[in-house]
Design a protein around this ligand. Structure first.
Ligand SMILES: C[S@@+](CC[C@H](N)C(=O)[O-])C[C@H]1O[C@@H](n2cnc3c(N)ncnc32)[C@H](O)[C@@H]1O
Length: 350
């Protein structure tokens, strides 16, 4: 995913006149001065706020679910792997929850998969109280341990670059990016698809007007499935995405909490897309994993006790602001907020 080039307009121009969309996104996010390598993006003050940053209850419920999986199905030494831990907030809430079952962390080898050096520093700082020697950081998922694993992530798979295809009477076109030096701006063009391999792949979607795909995301998930198949384990991923046909492309850019064009603030703004869960489910099935859950964030959080947790927090601590807690839970589970767009997929070989 990473290359050594520096992202700047001249470079994009010099290297390729037309850059494929996913390559453009890859540069904007993962080059040396791309967004994910240089910015601290997460938090109320920054570009976007994620579920763990909204409420501690999110991480507590994920924690309860991880504990249940470990106790019921592993109950021995294991790898605990978080993909893209952000500020470390989700881990912090899981760690606190897991104190009710001390064997959990005593049995865990903890791995953080994090590409952003700035975020790694924040994770180290925020988890300073925790036995740091227990956490090992990697930039990519290359765990060789043969222990069973619990792999989990929140808003990780939406980061992967996508390719976009348009169907005009069964003639497929792909979106590319071009830079106009005179006007000093990027714009998109559509190029006819001629690769037989890609056309063969797209023929499944001839009844659709558009098709958006992240081959790199699918490949990453496939790697996880193969690892679980070989060594046992479970993967819990929460992300925003869809399982029905989409009418519009989902690629979006966010800068300071506002939607922008992907061609603005390059390297300084987040670019993401909705996860196509059907493809991930298909990959898991091809690798003969069980699909344990595929439900909305709302259903997941309610099923594993967020409403009871809220009540308990309020009874235990009369200083807590009830309205604030109601607001936080509402944001996480309301179908018009994060409740339905965000989904939870659990696949396993346990
Ligand atoms: C949208 S943030 C979510 C952070 C956190 N999980 C949360 O919910 O607050 C994505 C995280 O994944 C990391 N990341 C993005 N792409 C990555 C990649 N290819 N490999 C490793 N980490 C990546 C980012 O640096 C960041 O920590």
């Amino acid at each position: 995913m990473l290359s050594k080039r520096k992202i700047n307009k001249k470079n994009l121009l010099k290297n390729k006149k037309n850059l494929r969309l996913d390559k453009f996104i890859d540069l904007a996010l993962y080059e040396r001065n791309g967004y994910y390598l240089s910015k601290k993006p997460i938090g109320r003050k920054f570009d976007f706020v994620t579920s763990p940053e909204i409420s501690q209850m999110f991480g507590e419920i994920v924690g309860v679910y991880l504990l249940y999986n470990w106790k019921e199905k592993i109950n021995s030494k294991f790898n605990l792997i978080e993909l893209g831990p952000g500020n470390g907030t989700l881990f912090k809430d899981i760690e606190r929850t897991a104190r009710i079952l001390p064997n959990f962390f005593e049995s865990a080898d903890v791995y953080f998969i994090e590409i952003n050096k700035e975020l790694k520093k924040i994770q180290e700082k925020n988890l300073n109280y925790f036995k740091q020697s227990k956490i090992r950081w990697f930039k990519a998922l290359n765990c060789r341990s043969k222990l069973p694993s619990i792999i989990y992530s929140n808003e990780f798979f939406d980061c992967f670059p996508v390719r976009q295809f348009l169907n005009d009477n069964n003639n497929w076109f792909e979106r590319y990016v071009k830079f106009n030096e005179k006007e000093n701006k990027y714009y998109s063009i559509n190029k006819r698809v001629i690769s037989k391999k890609i056309l063969g792949y797209l023929s499944k979607y001839n009844n659709q007007k558009i098709y958006e795909v992240s081959f790199s995301r699918n490949k990453y998930f496939e790697q996880i499935c193969k690892y679980l198949k070989k060594n046992r384990g479970v993967c819990i991923l929460i992300d925003y995405g869809y399982d029905k046909k989409i009418k519009n492309f989902t690629l979006q850019a966010i800068y300071n909490h506002k939607k922008t064009s992907i061609f603005e603030n390059i390297g300084k703004q987040d670019i993401s897309s909705h996860v196509n869960f059907n493809e991930l489910i298909e990959i898991a099935k091809q690798n003969k994993l069980q699909i344990n859950e595929f439900i909305s964030q709302r259903d997941f959080l309610i099923k594993y006790g967020i409403l009871e947790r809220k009540k308990k927090l309020l009874t235990k601590n009369s200083n807590l602001n009830k309205n604030l807690l109601d607001e936080e839970v509402d944001r996480l589970i309301n179908v018009d907020k994060m409740g339905s767009l965000f989904k939870c997929l659990v696949v396993s070989n346990l």
